[in-house]
Design a protein around this ligand. Structure first.
Ligand SMILES: [Zn+2]
Length: 79
């Protein structure tokens, strides 16, 4: 994947968390039920491993420092 900011190649990797990967409009106390907040977007998925936690596929641009989160977790055709 090419970086949409600088056009260089991005490196595929993962953000992992034991308790989910949640995006919210405002930073707030992280609770066990944060995924049920009305503004919560759950970026993570699980691969079924009970010890694997939650992960999101993230592309990193080492050149300009941007990270791009793929909410489809790689389930699309790479170009
Ligand atoms: Zn870049």
């Amino acid at each position: 994947m090419k970086c949409p900011f600088c056009g260089k190649d991005m490196e595929k990797g993962y953000i992992q968390s034991r308790d989910g990967v949640i995006w919210r409009k405002k930073k707030s106390a992280v609770s066990a039920l944060a995924c049920f907040a009305s503004d919560a977007v759950d970026l993570g998925t699980s691969d079924g491993n009970p010890f694997g936690g939650s992960f999101a596929v993230v592309y990193r641009c080492a050149d300009c420092g941007k990270f791009l989160i793929d909410t489809q977790n790689g389930n699309h055709t790479e170009s």
